[in-house]
Design a protein around this ligand. Structure first.
Ligand code: GLN
Length: 494
């Protein structure tokens, strides 16, 4: 059997049983990257030397019996905005093209301590701003199910690589859906933990009140295993939260009898593609068969989520990205006469169009004349969304809805209509605004053969419950086991 067909948990088991070594597992991933890597453009970079050192270190831990995690020895791809010590961490942006992180993100440090091997950095939308992975300075990522389509974004490289067996599993980041939406477009399983569950230290900030690191993998078990390693409070991140529960993999029972699944009317109406609705309704039927009880819900505030999100996310981005000024790190313009010219030229040359647009928008909503009309109002609306969800979770244990109203759009079709692209985030941004855990699981295909994802949301801290519902579904179905034909075979199949 191909090593890359194994799930992360299966691979970890073989490594523990000495059927395979950590360096062998790494070489399998690196081989897949070299054979097919440029085709999907899923990787930003694959620096093999530090990965080999990490794999040898992991193997040494295993040999001494010190690596106790179930994923010890398993290579994990890392999105290009999560710091990996001494490796390029460029956020797929020209402004950071030579930047090497001088430290590990806390999530990466925890992976290393558990004997997991950071292996390759994954392509993405520049600074995680986008829904298609087309704004990368490395060029667009392609969807392995049909290379004429986008993989989703912004963790599109991670989702494409996991789906195409170019990596085993990955860490992505989710500010408004960037783990869940590409997972759905590529037919893999992705999880955004409750806000504060995973330390953001070392994740290059986009919208700090919304950002969370989360796993993308073949199935819920792999997501839970990764979460077990990366979760937990961190003194380096003042917003990390000491949630009382842990042991996500062990908590998966698959028993959802009597569990109440809220079904929001607003998320199954106009604007949702027929095939998406059909697949998510079939997903709900399956949960019912497993013993869950469906509860009709109304979430009227959902329609405010996109405008609120794009005000808050861009406001925070405009502040966070001010550090890229051509002085401290990253690209510096060659020609300038004054300090101001140094700033403006470096930023104009270094940032792509989408990022510049968002910095402008964010600066506008924070400016003195408009602060109350936009930023403050959006903060109030955010609280309304938080309260609305709290009330809904009084009536149900999880909420189920599509991940996206559509399947993956064709390459090039989204950036020309940015408003439409922003609106397509409608079902993913509410979880970030309210800090909720959200899971995306594959639940079928549209008539063109593109994957559809179903989403499960839980109350803040109920990550385990959400994962268990997804697990129950994956016990009963095999959508998550489908694989795209190898990317060489599908290229040209636009
Ligand atoms: N598509 C959303 C945006 O562009 C979400 C991105 C993300 O989660 N990083 O902001």
């Amino acid at each position: 059997m191909d090593i890359l067909d194994l799930t992360a948990v299966e691979l970890g088991e073989r490594i523990r049983k000495r059927e395979l070594s950590a360096p062998e597992a790494l070489e399998a991933v690196y081989g897949a990257f070299r054979a097919r890597g440029r085709n999907l453009n899923a990787y930003a970079a694959f620096e093999i030397d530090p990965a080999r050192t990490a794999a040898e270190r992991a193997q040494a831990l295993l040999d001494r019996g010190e690596a106790v995690s179930v994923l010890a020895g398993v290579p994990v791809g890392i999105k290009d905005n999560i710091s990996v010590r001494n490796c390029l961490t460029t956020c797929a942006s020209k402004i950071l093209r030579d930047y090497r992180a001088p430290f590990d993100a806390s999530a990466v440090r925890k992976l290393r301590d558990a004997g997991v091997v950071p292996a390759g950095t994954l392509n993405m939308d520049e600074f995680a701003m986008g829904s298609t992975s087309e704004t990368s300075c490395y060029g667009p990522v392609r969807n392995p199910w049909n290379t004429g389509h986008v993989p989703g974004g912004s963790s599109g490289g991670a989702a494409a690589a996991v789906a195409a067996r170019e990596c085993v599993c990955a860490l992505g980041s989710d500010t408004g859906g960037s783990v869940r939406q590409p997972s759905s477009y590529c037919g893999v399983t992705g999880f955004k933990p409750s806000y504060g569950r995973v330390s953001r230290y070392g994740l290059v900030a986009y919208g700090s009140s919304l950002d969370q690191i989360g796993p993308l993998a073949r199935d819920v078990r792999d997501c839970a295993a990764l979460l077990d390693i990366i979760a937990g409070p961190d003194s380096m991140d003042a917003t990390s939260v000491p949630f009382p529960d842990s042991g996500f993999l062990d908590a998966l029972s698959g028993d959802i009898r009597g569990l109440r699944v809220g079904v929001p009317e607003e998320c199954f109406g106009d604007g949702v593609e027929e095939d998406v609705r059909r697949c998510v309704e079939a997903f709900l039927d399956e949960l019912k068969r497993a013993g869950a009880v469906l509860v009709p819900l109304r979430l009227p505030f959902i329609r405010y989520a996109v405008p609120v999100y794009y005000i808050l996310a861009t406001a925070e981005a405009s502040s966070n990205l001010s550090r890229f000024d051509g002085v401290k790190y990253g690209l510096r313009a060659e020609h300038y006469n004054t300090m101001e010219e140094l700033y403006t030229r470096s930023r104009s040359e270094g940032f792509g169009k989408e990022v510049q647009k968002r910095i402008l928008l964010g600066t506008f909503v924070l400016s003195s004349g408009y602060y109350d009309a936009y930023y403050n109002k959006a903060l109030k609306m955010k609280q309304m969304i938080v309260d609305g969800f709290a009330e809904a979770f009084g009536r149900c244990d999880v909420i189920s809805l599509p991940v996206s109203p559509t399947t993956a759009p064709a390459l090039g079709s989204s950036l020309s209509d940015p408003l439409k692209m922003y609106l397509s985030d409608i079902f993913t941004v509410p979880a970030n605004l309210a800090g909720l855990p959200g899971l995306s699981v594959p639940c079928g295909f549209d008539r063109r053969g593109l994957p559809v994802g179903a989403q499960l949301l839980g109350a803040v801290g109920a990550d385990s419950t959400v994962l268990n519902v997804g697990y129950a579904y994956q016990l009963a179905t095999d959508w998550h086991k489908r694989r795209p034909r190898d990317s060489e075979e599908v290229s040209g199949n636009a």
